[in-house]
Write a new protein. Sequence first.
Length: 232
Amino acid sequence: MAQENNHEELVLSEDPNHPANLICSLCKNFYSLGWVTGTGGGISIRHDSNVYLAPSGVQKERINPQDIFVMDFPTKSYLRRPPSLKPSACTPLFMASFTKRGAGACIHTHSQAAVLCTLLTKGSTWSIANIEQIKAIPRPSTGGYYGFFDKLVIPIIENTAHEEDLTESLEKAIDEYPDTCAVLVRRHGVYVWGDTVWKAKTQAESLDYLFQLAVEMVKLGMEPAGPITPAE
Ligand SMILES: CSC[C@@H](O)[C@@H](O)C(=O)COP(=O)(O)O
Ligand SMILES: [Zn+2]
């Protein structure tokens, strides 16, 4: 019987910046940061009209380019489905960032700092102010980035039993917070997107830095979004 054409040419490339190679190398990088351990978390990249997706339920730091799914973005149909694998359960959430924000990549982490920030905040947003690293976060309404004296506000949505059931509330948060490039998921992690894969990466790094800092500030009795007070 003839083998189904699985379009390996869509994922096999010598170019380290090919999306299929980048998903593999970045997942190793994110694993070492504790963002994608134990199969959780992941990344999807949109390049031209193709969306590149990791498989579901696998050790993300051990993915090979042959394991990558490729979707045609305009039609949402799969151009390549590796046999015996399922696409990431995060697919509809990654797609929300591509469709609603035109993102070029979306990163999902299970970072403990992100989870702790959702536990330290009872409401539906998490914020921080007056910290230099805020300046790495884009603010679409101004066409630029947050300033040092601005307050950064990230929406928090409630977790669900299944990843795909988060889609509706993530889409609502994206609509309600037009300046955000991230949505926290309570007791779960965070989704961060960017115009390009490198912007998504640096924004995810900057946010994780701020999440870690905020946890330490709270431990020291400081309010992360509070006013600047003279050091004692
Ligand atoms: C540790 S299981 C985590 C999953 O349920 C989910 O939250 C996740 O982030 C990864 O889903 P996956 O389908 O493996 O890409
Ligand atoms: Zn997850």
